[in-house]
Design a protein around this ligand. Structure first.
Ligand code: NAD
Length: 494
């Protein structure tokens, strides 16, 4: 038994874990529960409340009371101090938090541990933002008579809905800006992975978060999630998840004209030009998809390769993919963990079948892994399809599995047009040694983040988000902070 396995056995023992409403740890009003299972083994980790619209209503009312209660009197410096305390306590429990994410959603421990800057660093950055928020005095047409100025106020009660593929980061990217700006939050984690979010709420409570400022309602999307998106007392919805759900949420939020931020799906292009440094480009392009077994919104799953280097890139990709270790992410040597659920495994198996049927060349992988090492049968070999054409489903649809679709290209104009020919616009990668080519491609690609000779970088101060049907609004950067604030103009007749 590895050290991680021993710690895992003690962390979740199949018991009931309540949710967090108005500062209290409670079951669902209906008494119903959802099972939280380890996707690598199928083992029961815990049961959690199956929150209903009635629980959402209780949480929203608690968040409204907190917004108008003592939380409103917290100074920016007190909010900063609280955020720093939370960062410190999460830092102290970092390994346990990472272990929880690995158990709950399968991401290998070797990768969850790498997210420290994205989570603890982000909290510290939000703490800095808390004391940087300010309005302005603005010159007007009546100098000396009338003073006009702006002040920034919290947008109010924030409803946050997050997916399962990176629960810790998704939660912090929504709770952090809310605390920095003085908002309150009702957060609904994914029914597939709620446990780490509950652990975060406990840490925040211990750090001194006043009751009702953060509420966690676990439950199903179509029940608790839909009730939150439509609740009239919610002022803003921040959502990360699929484009289809984002559309449903935007429709539900229209009723009371909630502010809406949407971080949605993608089918991001990665372009390898023939002058690229392939020693760097191939591993990075491969891991842009294979990290978290492809269950990443920014997965660079359309790999455009300039024809002159196509054969070499495919050969190197196959070699790289075959060396990756797939298995239970509690083993620190494992690179790829399981897919989140049997449903997701069926979906990915369907795309592997579609790729073959539509005539793509299977370069490596293409199989579901079974046997003693692969308990839950939700493991897949990292897969590369070559000779993919733009019309194939594996080139158009978000697979959310470890599958690269490689497409050859001949000219830069052509690859820009093809890379942009998608309803999505979340991210893009470009590999070239030519600065001019890098600059031109970066400017012409319609994507919220473009990485040159790298991928995956996300930093607190740099805005992240999508164009087109990958969503609207940004997380990180001052753009995100602004989205949690209202600007009020005040006129004073002197
Ligand atoms: P999902 O859309 O199925 O679910 C996301 C969340 O929405 C869950 O909490 C779910 O319970 C809830 N939900 C479902 N239906 C709802 C409804 N009608 N009303 C309100 N809430 C509802 O997505 P998923 O399968 O959990 O996650 C995978 C998707 O998330 C992928 O498409 C991926 O690209 C996307 N994603 C995007 C980003 C980003 O930053 N752009 C990051 C991570 C994941």
């Amino acid at each position: 038994m590895t050290d991680w396995q021993a710690r895992a056995a003690a962390l979740y023992t199949g018991d009931f874990r309540p949710m967090f409403i108005g500062g209290a740890w409670v079951p669902a009003q209906s008494g119903e529960v959802i099972e939280a299972r380890n996707p690598a083994t199928g083992a029961l980790l815990a049961t959690i409340p199956k929150g209903s619209p009635a629980d959402i209503d209780a949480a929203v009312r608690a968040a409204r009371r907190a917004l108008e209660g003592p939380w409103a009197r917290f100074t920016p410096f007190e909010r900063q101090a609280l955020l720093l305390r939370i960062a410190e306590r999460m830092d102290a429990e970092w390994e346990t938090l990472c272990l929880s994410d690995t158990l709950d959603m399968g991401m290998p421990i070797s990768r969850t541990l790498l997210n420290h800057r994205r989570i603890i660093g982000m909290l510290r950055w939000y703490a800095g933002q808390a004391v940087a928020i300010h309005g302005a005095t603005i010159p007007n047409s009546f100098p000396g008579e009338i003073l006009s100025m702006t002040v920034k106020e919290p947008v109010g009660v924030v409803g946050a809905i997050i997916p399962w593929n990176g629960p810790m980061a998704s939660a912090i990217w929504k709770i952090g800006p809310a605390l920095a700006t003085g908002c309150t939050v009702v957060l609904k984690p994914s029914e597939e992975a709620s446990l780490t979010v509950l652990m975060i709420a406990r840490i925040m409570q211990d750090a001194g978060l006043p009751e009702g400022v953060l509420n966690i309602v676990t439950g199903m999307g179509l029940e608790a999630g839909a009730a939150l998106a439509a609740h009239p007392e919610v002022d803003k919805i921040v959502f990360t998840g699929s484009t289809a759900t984002g559309q449903a949420i935007a429709r539900a939020a229209t009723g009371t004209l909630k502010r809406v931020t949407l971080e949605l799906g993608g089918k991001s292009p990665v372009i390898i030009c023939k002058d690229a440094d392939l020693d760097k480009a191939v591993p990075v392009a491969a891991m842009s998809v294979f990290a978290n077994s492809g269950q990443v919104c920014i997965a660079g799953s359309r790999l455009f390769v300039e024809r002159g280097v196509q054969d070499e890139v495919l050969a190197r990709l196959a070699d790289f993919a075959q060396k990756l270790r797939v298995g239970d992410g509690l083993d620190p040597g494992v690179d790829l963990g399981p897919l989140i659920s049997a449903r997701q495994a069926e979906r990915v198996a369907g795309y592997l079948e579609a790729g073959r049927a539509e005539g793509a060349a299977l370069i490596t992988g293409g199989t579901r892994l079974s046997g003693a090492d692969y308990g839950s049968a939700q493991f897949f070999a990292p897969t590369v399809f070559g000779n993919v054409t733009d019309e194939m489903r594996i080139a158009r649809e978000e697979i959310f599995g470890p599958v690269i679709s490689a497409l050859p290209f001949d000219t830069l104009d052509e690859v820009v047009a093809r890379a942009n020919a998608t309803p999505y616009g979340l991210a893009a990668g470009i590999f070239t040694r030519d600065l001019g080519t890098a600059h031109k491609l970066a400017r012409r690609t319609r994507a919220g983040s473009v990485w040159v000779n790298m991928y995956h970088a996300i930093d607190p101060a740099v805005p992240f988000g999508g164009m087109k049907q990958s969503g609207y609004g940004r997380e990180g950067g001052v753009e995100q902070i602004e989205a949690y604030l209202e600007t009020k103009a005040i006129w004073i007749n002197t």
